[in-house]
Design a binder for this molecule. Sequence first.
Ligand code: MV4
Length: 449
Amino acid sequence: MFKKVLIANRGEIACRIIRACRELGINTVAIHSEVDRESMHVKLADQSVCVGEASASDSYLNIPSIIAAAEISGADAIHPGYGFLSENTYFAEVCEACGLKFIGPSKESIEKMGDKIAAIELMKKSGVPVVPGSDGPISADDPKIFAMAKKIGYPVIVKATAGGGGKGMRIVTSEETLQNAIVMAQTEAKAAFGNPDVYMEKYIEEPHHIEFQILGDKYGKTAYLPERDCSIQRRHQKLVEESPSPLISESLRKKMGKAARNAAVAVKYVTVGTVEFLVDKKGHFYFMEMNTRIQVEHPITEMVTGIDLVKEQIKLAAGEKLSVISEKVKILGHAIECRINAEDPDKDFIPSPGKIGKLYLPGGPGIRIDTHVYSGYTIPPFYDSLIAKIISFGADRNESITRMQRALREVEIENVKNTSSLHAKIMNSEQFRKGSVSTDFLSKHIFGK
Ligand code: MV4
């Protein structure tokens, strides 16, 4: 097992990782920017190193500084958390070259999943269902695109091969706008990722975003865990996640879980990761992408399975054998996560950084809070706006919702506008309470568009 882990991240996830290390008896090194000296992760870690100025590119993305911090502190592994350098193949490579274990999958696994066309190709070969599409890059001046789109059937969607997060995406409803959409998507993709390649797929209407946690050890053993439903999103940012999904039957769970496990096997996946699917109204499912990191929403899976995913991730990276057997995992109840962001929901979600006055966060039966904020803490404007995750757990979906509603009433964050009122609206909405809301839910039922 590792003796000392450097956490190349900040915020709630850095705190979460430090806690896992503490329970495993591993020493921890926090890194921080100049404005993060008073941050919770710095206080929780055994030691800390300042790696640069406020801007993320000077600090949490500064590879030479981070490697130097690991070397001077004598760390033997680096945990990247999510975001920042977590899916950066170059960083994973540099870590290994410097004799530091990167707590994540191999750089080959990250690389294969970063190129969407290559990933889809590999999934198809491995028996994972994919959306019917162009099977490769397309170009606006190729006359064959019209026959291709017609065969796939409108509406189609044009996506960036380097994509993710909705950038470089265009929905096309008829052939009049196809060429233009391809050019627009290419321009956007080039600006966002430096790679203009796009491909075409059948557009799945009102889909659910369903994802499966996968685990793998370096001896080739893999497992999947029950799904998370992450359909409630705004501009490709998840707001609410729940597990299990009200949409997924036991038999569909098994089918999708096995497909997710096949995806893991195909890239020889080690540690923890996530396979995302689109699911349509008829229960057909399609591979969307694979995330090669621990995710924000991992706690709901921890609550419903009783498995500590961050401890598992560290143990698997250290070379331990996988002890989880998918078929033996029981769904212990129902969990929901609401992401509390320092944003003003009444002003188009503009970020609302600043100093927190009084702070009361909920507790009591079935409530878990993952946060890094405290009374008197100043939220810097330089990083993402997630300030707390409220996770409710109950015997069933109803109890989980009721506990979340009760918890949301207890939230008091003085001086900082936040999204807790929006979550209360979602929890109270009839559509959400009925279960199984698609990715169109927020715009249709909450913002009434
Ligand atoms: C799709 C889709 C419908 N059909 N692909 C959005 C982000 C990117 N990772 C993929 N996305 C989508 N791909 C096909 N073939 C709809 C979306 C999509 C979406 C997916 C999950 C959750 C929220 C979403 C919101 C808008 C569009």
